[in-house]
Every structure is written in structure tokens, then in C-alpha cells.
Design a binder for this molecule. Structure first.
Ligand SMILES: *[C@@H]1O[C@H](CO)[C@@H](O)[C@H](O)[C@H]1NC(C)=O
Ligand SMILES: CC(=O)N[C@H]1CO[C@H](CO)[C@@H](O)[C@@H]1O
Length: 370
């Protein structure tokens, strides 16, 4: 609410006019407008500059294609501001009440399939969203999801296409109500250049296999929820949350009734053995409910902040939807191999994946009754 669209665009074009020609950029399509904080009006960068920023551990949101003034305003709102659109405000339960349904499902969680899926994901040279490897990884993920979902014909699996080749993938388990509960993870990876080896095991192949494992169990048991459940596998996260921004922009346009978005990004490295609940740029009521579910099914959690645009929940938030983010570990103790060729299959801590898979499944069951 602090920066109008006009202001952002003015600031952006002023920068373009003064800086882009001197950088030798002939076409506007060569550069993208990124934002690194609420105050940052935006900076035009090349794709290589983006990759460098990511390799340096700097988060950003690519706002080039964002034209909705409300979304731009929310991207400039400070973390302290509760941004969830009031009309959609949800009252979340203060205790977990569906253990009798969830526990038998949780007992089916295993690491057998996650190990095999993660091996394949990490064997792609990289899953960079603008490389052919990234497209191949998307094709493999789409067909794997279809197979996992096949025991329940009511489940739909669709590609959400973008201006770049790698699609996001959306899985829907229809409920009695069209109100939506969404769990998400991104499947692209990066490691310093578009051609670099980027196994992306923890970041964020682990989040992907956690969602797949939860889907496998809900599909094979033909779980029939009250609220509609969706699993989102985003592309282009490492390009500045591109996949999730496009998906939530579309959901905002069609005024989808979203009750909760729970993002999982990194689920396979945890020296502390505790889930990390992130508390910045999220919906505090939903985050309280996430803690309730984690406490009831998994145990104590750690708390941390991950900064502006750190993952795809930021796109849900900027489109006015309640979002939360749970990672495998606090920033201080998280994998030292992030965004490098060392983020390899061998470094994954499987107890963390198991814990995270159970947590996501418990969250889906509990939230399906909100
Ligand atoms: C969904 O609706 C059907 C038919 O009314 C009902 O039998 C079932 O219990 C409902 N499921 C949930 C989870 O509310
Ligand atoms: C982490 C990632 O997984 N890509 C993203 C994977 O998650 C971390 C933490 O959210 C982000 O910083 C990365 O940009």
C-alpha cells in the first residue's frame, strides 16, 4: 500500500532509460525488472545478473510481468503489514481434531518412493527453468505425477504454461467445497549459470518429493476431502518466483476462494531434527495453525525469518492469499550446499524427508476440514 504502480513503473523506466543503453542492452526483452526489498522500486538486470544474485544467496522477486497495482503495492508493503484480503479472512482451528483420519495415513509414509524420485530429479544435469534440462525435468515430473495420481480418477493433473518453456504443474483433488487448500514446492534448480550442474537435491527437489509422497497416499486411499486440495509444483522460482507469481495472479483474477497456501522449500537437511516455521512475509493466523498441526503430529518446531522474496509463499501473499512457509531447518543450520553442484542426493537426511512428508499429509488432512 505504500508504492503505487505508477511510481514503480516510473522508477523502473527511469532506470531503464538511464542505465540500460549504457549497459549495451538493445532489446528490453533482454532485461528483467527485479525487486529485492519492499523499499526497492526495482532494478533492471540481465539473466546472468539474476543467476549471480542467486548464487550469492540474494533473494528477489521478478516483477517485470506484474501489472496488477494491488499486487505491486503488496510487494512494497513492509513485512509487519497483514495483507490478507479481509473478505477472504479465515478463522483457523486452534487444535488438531482429525487424528483418527490422519494417523492411519501418516503410518503409510515412507522414504522408498521419495528416494527413487529424488534420485531421478537430481540426475538431470540441472532443472534450470530456461534450459532444455529444465524442460525435460518438467516432462518427467508431469508424467510421474500422473502415475502417482492414477489410482484416483477424480484427481486432475494440468500444466500451467509460462512465457518460458518450463511449465508449473497443478494437481487437484476435488472436495465437497470449492474452497482451496494449497501445498506447494518449486522444482527448478540453479547453480551459478544456466548450463552448470545443479542437482538441487535439498533445494528444492526435497520439497517436490515430500508433496509427491503425500499425494501418493491421498491418491491410493482415494481420500475424499471437504475442501478442495491442490498441489502446486512451480517452475522458475530461482528466476524470481516466476511460476508462482503467474499462478497466483491467475487465481486472483478468477477470485479463487483460497483458505491456505503452505509452501515447502527444502525438506531434506536438518541437523536439529525440527521443522522450521518461517514468520516473515506470511499470514500470522495461518502460521499459528501450521504450528498447531506440527505440534500435534510432529513435535516442537524452530522459528526463523528468511527475508524478502525467499520463496514462493511470497507470491501467494502479494496476491492477497494467506500463506505460510515451513522449511527443514533454520537459515543458520540449513544445508551448506545451497545453489551449488554440491546440493547432491548423498547429502539428503532422509529422516527430515520422512518428517516433512508426514507433516504435509497431516496439514492437508486437518486443513481439508477448515
Ligand atoms: C462430502 O459429501 C458427501 C455427500 O454429501 C458426504 O457423504 C461426505 O461425508 C462429505 N465429505 C466430507 C469430507 O465432508
Ligand atoms: C530454496 C530454494 O529452495 N530455492 C529456493 C529454495 O529455497 C530457499 C529457501 O526458501 C530459497 O532461498 C531458494 O531461493
Amino acid at each position: 500500500m505504500h508504492l503505487s504502480k505508477t511510481l514503480t513503473i516510473l522508477a523502473g523506466s527511469a532506470w531503464l532509460a538511464s542505465a540500460a543503453p549504457s549497459a549495451g542492452l538493445s532489446k528490453k526483452s533482454d532485461v528483467r525488472l527485479i525487486k529485492t526489498s519492499p523499499e526497492d522500486p526495482g532494478t533492471w538486470v540481465t539473466e546472468d545478473e539474476k543467476i549471480t544474485l542467486t548464487a550469492q544467496g540474494k533473494n528477489f522477486v521478478d516483477i517485470t510481468d506484474i501489472t496488477d497495482p494491488e499486487v505491486l503495492a503488496l510487494l512494497s508493503a513492509p513485512d509487519s503489514e497483514e495483507v490478507t484480503i479481509a473478505a477472504r479472512a479465515v478463522t483457523y482451528p486452534t487444535s488438531a481434531t482429525r487424528q483418527s483420519i490422519a494417523n492411519p495415513l501418516l503410518s503409510q509414509v515412507s522414504t522408498t518412493n521419495p528416494q527413487s524420485w529424488l534420485k531421478t530429479l537430481t540426475d538431470f544435469h540441472n532443472r534450470y527453468y530456461r534450459s532444455s534440462y529444465g524442460t525435460q525435468a518438467g516432462d518427467w515430473l508431469f508424467s510421474t505425477i500422473k502415475t502417482v495420481a492414477s489410482p484416483n480418477p477424480a484427481i486432475t493433473v494440468t500444466k500451467f504454461t509460462h512465457s518460458y518453456n518450463q511449465p508449473s504443474i497443478i494437481v487437484k483433488i476435488p472436495g465437497n467445497s470449492s474452497s482451496l487448500v494449497i501445498v506447494s514446492a518449486h522444482y527448478d534448480s540453479t547453480a551459478g549459470s544456466s548450463t552448470a550442474r545443479a542437482p538441487g537435491a535439498d533445494d528444492n527437489g526435497s520439497g517436490v518429493v515430500v508433496l509427491l509422497e503425500a499425494l501418493r497416499i491421498l491418491s491410493s486411499t482415494k481420500f475424499s476431502p471437504k475442501n478442495t486440495l491442490e498441489f502446486h509444483f512451480y517452475s522458475g522460482e530461482e528466476g524470481g518466483l516466476l511460476g508462482s507469481a503467474a499462478v497466483f495472479s491467475s487465481y486472483k483474477s478468477s477470485a479463487k476462494p483460497i483458505l491456505a497456501v503452505l509452501n515447502q522449500d527444502m525438506a531434506g537437511y536438518s541437523p536439529s531434527g525440527k521443522l522450521a516455521v518461517y514468520t516473515d512475509y506470511v499470514d500470522s493466523s495461518l502460521t499459528a495453525f501450521v504450528r498447531v498441526v506440527a505440534g500435534a503430529y510432529i513435535g516442537a518446531t524452530n522459528t526463523d525469518k528468511c527475508g524478502y522474496g525467499c520463496s514462493d509463499h511470497a507470491s501467494a501473499r502479494s496476491n492477497g492469499f494467506p500463506a505460510a512457509y515451513v522449511g527443514d531447518e533454520t537459515i543458520k543450520d540449513s544445508t551448506p550446499y545451497l545453489h551449488s553442484d554440491k546440493d547432491a542426493y548423498e547429502t539428503i537426511m532422509w529422516p527430515a524427508v520422512l518428517r516433512h512428508s508426514k507433516f504435509v499429509l497431516a496439514f492437508l488432512v486437518e486443513a481439508s476440514y477448515i
